[in-house]
Design a protein. Structure first.
Ligand code: 4AD
Ligand code: MG
Length: 461
């Protein structure tokens, strides 16, 4: 049996010296002295490096003397109390060997790089401290999402990625086709004949798993999805990606009030989880990304979110005395500048805006008694704006059919969705949380491209 390596995280948290450990990782830096040198080694298990002391007595000393940043090495030796400042433990190498060499062209030499530059080397940037921290937090946050729902009796549903429906009706769909694009089959009128395509009809990458989620919520009671979603919207902003992950709970026997409660509890709970479990990585964000971050996260966890109707929000915006790039008037969508004013300047806290005008929202939202608004809600947070969008769904067959007509949604194509109202319909509600937006909020990282492993945005893949 070969010896198993001990991860650096475990070594640095050791409560005693250890006489024989195997450490494998990548060299961050080398510092030379006359008869020995230090290696700072990182293996991704945590933010911190372990210091390796290599002396002339170390077997392999001569081969490793010139080892550079980025190389992978294997060290066998002793874990001992460190003489140096800032670390409890270090390793005295008995033997050291090179696994994979590196060279001066390795781009992550010890100096600060711009985030733009690091985006161009997305395959190497996880080896930089900031990105190691981002992606460890991302992993833990995923786990917290599952824990939150599993602990509360929700069932995890995998909704399809290839779909024939357009949930949001915004038209920003990526088409999926197996047709020969140079010579597609055409109808007599000259249009592309999708009946000859792979699925015998036009198909897309999903923009949301909600509609399929509703089918499962009206069977399993409480469900959630957590998966990739795709939007072909040409929005070149720090908050929009073409491929992003969405968390979508859907809850039967639930109204808008309860939906807002769920969203608030959820956001608080997952943030609290990472505050408890990702301390070292968060320290990096607190110290180097955003000095206000820790205060903001604790505030969000401890204090209730503000709640305001869309109509009241419009009044606040109109009364603000601010000059807006996009005009504010009842019936128009809230733009990012408006959302950020509400959460950052007016309420100075996360705020849930509810009861939006019917005409700017998708066909599935429940019409309120005023006939003008729908039971929709968005959660807005400082620095980002919208992080959650949700609604109570229209459970009344006749009204849903009217809404579909008004939105030009085909009853034939969505007859399965109408069945959910024909057979044992119930009030139900849900929401979608943009996972990358949550991660931006938790880390303070300002660009969505830097919290997703390989970002897909307009013009860039
Ligand atoms: O508000 P949206 O479009 O809502 C839905 O898709 C509903 N079907 C959700 C539901 O009720 N089940 O999207 C939900 C969230 C937004 O609040 C935002 O956080 C995120 O998804 N989002 C994006 N994140 C990154 N890039 C984009 N292009 C995004 N578009 C939406
Ligand atoms: Mg939205």
């Amino acid at each position: 049996m070969t010896m198993k390596r001990t991860e650096i995280d475990a070594l640095l948290n050791s409560d005693s010296e250890q006489s024989d450990v195997l450490i494998q990782g990548w060299v961050r830096t080398r510092r030379d002295s006359k008869d020995f040198f230090f290696l700072e080694l990182n293996d991704g298990s945590c933010l911190k490096n372990i210091q390796i002391v290599v002396t002339r007595e170390t077997e392999g000393y001569d081969d490793l003397k010139a080892v550079g940043t980025g190389a992978s090495v294997s060290v066998r030796g002793e874990l001992v109390a460190s003489q140096g400042k800032g670390q409890k433990w270090e390793a005295q190498a008995k033997t050291i060997s090179l696994i994979g060499d590196s060279c001066e062209t390795f781009p992550l030499q010890k100096k600060r790089h711009s985030l733009e530059f690091l985006r161009e080397i997305a395959h190497l940037r996880p080896r930089a401290n900031l990105f190691g921290a981002v992606f460890r937090v991302r992993s833990r946050l995923s786990f917290a999402v599952h824990s939150f729902f599993q602990e509360r009796g929700f069932h995890y549903v995998n909704t399809p990625i290839i779909t024939a429906s357009d949930c949001e009706g915004a038209g920003d769909l990526f088409k999926v086709t197996a047709l020969d694009m140079d010579q597609p089959p055409r109808s007599e009128e000259g249009a592309i004949d999708f009946s000859k395509d792979f699925f015998s009809q036009p198909t897309y990458l999903t923009v949301s798993g909600q509609l399929e989620g509703e089918a499962f919520a009206t069977a399993l009671g409480k469900i959630y999805t957590f998966g990739p979603t795709f939007r072909a919207e040409n929005s070149n902003t720090p908050r929009h990606a073409s491929e992003f992950w969405m968390v979508e709970p859907e809850i039967a026997f639930c109204d808008l009030q309860q939906d807002m409660d769920w969203a608030e509890e959820f956001v608080k709970s997952v943030i609290e989880d990472v505050l408890d479990t990702c301390k070292d990585d968060l320290e990096l964000f607190f110290n180097f990304v955003d000095k206000e971050l820790e205060k903001r996260l604790r505030f969000v966890v401890e204090r209730p979110f503000s709640r305001v109707s869309y109509t009241e929000a419009v009044e606040i915006l109109l009364g603000s005395g601010k000059k807006w790039e996009y005009p504010v008037e009842w019936g128009a969508n809230l733009q990012s500048e408006h959302e950020r004013y509400l959460t950052e300047e007016h309420f100075k806290s996360p705020v849930t805006v509810y009861d939006y005008p019917k005409d700017i929202k998708p066909f599935y939202m429940r019409v309120n008694d005023d006939g003008k608004t729908v039971a929709a809600m968005d959660v807005l947070v400082p620095g980002i704006g919208e992080i959650v969008g949700g609604s109570q769904r229209e459970e009344r067959l006749k009204i849903l059919q009217e809404n579909m007509k008004a939105h030009g949604v085909s009853e034939v194509d969505y007859s399965w969705y109408l069945d959910l109202r024909r057979f044992g319909t119930v009030p139900h509600a849900g929401f979608g949380l943009g996972f990358e937006r949550l991660l931006m909020f938790v880390t303070g990282v300002g660009n969505i491209r830097d919290v997703i492993p390989f970002a897909r945005t307009p013009g860039t893949i």
